[in-house]
Design a protein around this ligand. Sequence first.
Ligand code: MTE
Ligand code: QUE
Ligand code: MOS
Length: 797
Amino acid sequence: MSNHHAPKSQEELAELFRAGITTGVGKSVKHESADKHVSGEAVYVDDRLEFPNQLHVYARMSDRAHARVTKIDVSPCYAIPGVAIAITHKDVPGLLDIGAVAPGDPLLADGLVQYVGQVVIAVAADTHENARKGAMAAIIEYEDLEPVLDVVDALRKKHFVLDSHQHRIGDSASKLATAPRRLQGSLHIGGQEHFYLETQISSVMPTEDGGMIVYTSTQNATEVQKLVAEVLGVPMHKIVIDMRRMGGGFGGKETQAASPACLCAVIAHLTKRPTKMRLPRVEDMQMTGKRHPFYVEYDVGFDDDGLLHGIEIELAGNCGYSPDLSNSIVDRAMFHSDNAYFLGNATVNGHRCKTNTASNTAYRGFGGPQGMVAIEQIMDHIARDLGKDPLQVRKLNYYGKTERNVTHYHQTVEHNVIHEMTAELEASSDYAKRREEIAEFNKKSPVLKKGLALTPVKFGISFTASFLNQAGALIHIYTDGSIHLNHGGTEMGQGLNTKVAQIVAEVLQVDIARIQITATNTDKVPNTSPTAASSGADLNGMAAKNAAETIKARLVDFLTREYRVTPEDVEFSNGQVRVRDQYLSFEEMIQKAYFGQISLSATGFYRTPKIFYDRSKAAGRPFYYFAYGAACIEVIVDTLTGEYKFLRGDILHDVGNSLNPAIDIGQVEGAFVQGMGWLTMEELVWNAKGKLMTNGPASYKIPAIADMPLDLRVKLVENRKNPEDTVFHSKAVGEPPFMLGIAAWCAIKDAVASLADYRVQPLIDAPATPERVLWGVEQMKKVMKAQKAEITATEPA
Ligand code: MTE
Ligand code: QUE
Ligand code: MOS
């Protein structure tokens, strides 16, 4: 890149030009931080050099689920050496509430605590340990109130954080009444801890004019900026958020990174000292919200083939104590209660139940997985009732390509590829043959039973709050030809920065090594949406493409004037530029453009076209397109203990034209395992007083390498570009494959159902822990015993 080397000959430049770049779009470029992740050199907030005179914050949590706070005395805190300040809600200079969309989340409890883990006071000291001792020294007294801890209880009492909402198409009630067959059921779906490796953390430095620079681990820089400004009572322009990378987010840092940032900012403001807060794991798990547990009731009418006639689904999300993002999350559960199936005549009601637990929040899939688990349970239930292979019932109910293709929110499903994908996976996984082999195996094996399931995924891409579908980017090219790239998205391990850099490399036809990726920063790209809804690359990639094209157009225009050629004569390739029959290097061109007084810096912007949604009518096109996938999972279950092992997994997933196949396959694998963990082994347990007992890795089990299917085969759909005009015709990948994990849950139930000749659907709630599987086995045994007794009773003497 340096221009001090001997200039290359025209032949050398032409040769480089013809070689083309190897780090553009569609290439398996390794993650921008891969080496640093492995060596430990990647800098997370806690790895930053500490500021002199820095304070550490520790929050004292409520140990009551629901209580009036009758007394807070922080004077004993100051007896601990090193304690600088102890704050209560009264010390917050600006707004106390940090609710994301609707109010309800006080930064520090104001007279009332609503869950075990709620922050009541915060203490800052010279060390974390002194801050902890200080916080524990405070005297806090409560008067207990009756808590609501059960979602069904909340539903029956209509104890909601927000109003219920309905999606409807056709006439479900009359179709249910006239359907040849009808089934009802209910189901509990568990929540899920994010278990990001890096817990919530912020570090705040006060600057001049009452400003703050905030280093924080957040998916939502602009929202942290807004909330820090609000709690301090200053305009947003005083606050700068800097976010280089997260050690995982998974939705858990979309709203809930704000609390440590705001606590630090308030303390930094009051003490004029730099302030850091990092949550210990046990506190993080109790303080912050999780995936919403759901309770589901359904009533379904169908015919003898298993075709749906009418359906009614009640989805009750356990939101915890405050709204947070629950409105959009329960909406997304409702939007995905069809999964890939044409419901026809359907009524879907979504409820936002209030319980005295941490406020549940975004988590990969954003409610979608819970809605899809409900309909997959219904498909299995119908199949058992008819004695059919569940896959047959699933395929029968798939959305059509040109008919039977309108959703219960009145969006037409276009470019449906689930039929072909299912056929391909059925063939590549040898489904039919293995189905027979498993039936044979189960006949001969009294204790160990095998199960198999193949389930589809159709996931809507776009924020359903349409205004969020926008993004910005900023590119500078310096005079040496090196490129500084910034965009509004955040890197949480998913490879967004790598993909956006590949996009810029592709447009400018330079090697990715020329591009410096930089921290997300609110004074470079303002008013960013959260990096969420899997839309990071779709939105920020397009914004960066737009910025790169702006600069490229200026350069082409400059070259046409300088060389008196037409735009068709100018071509960029592999760090070289051909102007008719002359070659010059990228940096040579940049030098010329600089001296030609051409602006080498540009912003880019993007908004998603075509989408609209009228929530009051529950109709529109909330999703720009759908991402599809399918998984086939085989399991073996020990019916004496309820333990199981996944033997094989075959996955086919659709990412359109992949921006980076290696990263996309990594996303598919990681999402599948996370989804499988949610529905099998990850169990949250609260005690009768509402305290989370599974508050660390010893009691909360996330999947490890040994829990992977013994044989896992992941494939991306080939040669199927996104028909919509997305960035290089790619599709979003972050969340959709999470729901491939549903096949693992269905496979377990298939194994258990074998005990009753596949004619009874085992009622195994999620997660299907060994205890619940054993309970399902007992159900099957009881059913079989009852049947035998009936047969004996009716036999002639
Ligand atoms: N992958 C890693 N490694 N770490 C994460 O925290 N978050 C997931 C997914 N993949 C996550 C991840 C979630 S919840 C979302 S919404 C997307 O990444 C966000 O990034 P994207 O939109 O750039 O795909
Ligand atoms: C998917 C998402 C989000 C969403 C809708 C989705 C999301 C999110 C919001 C949201 C909604 C309203 C707001 C707001 C955010 O909606 O992550 O600030 O006012 O934050 O379909 O992932
Ligand atoms: Mo992902 S749950 O949309 O952050």
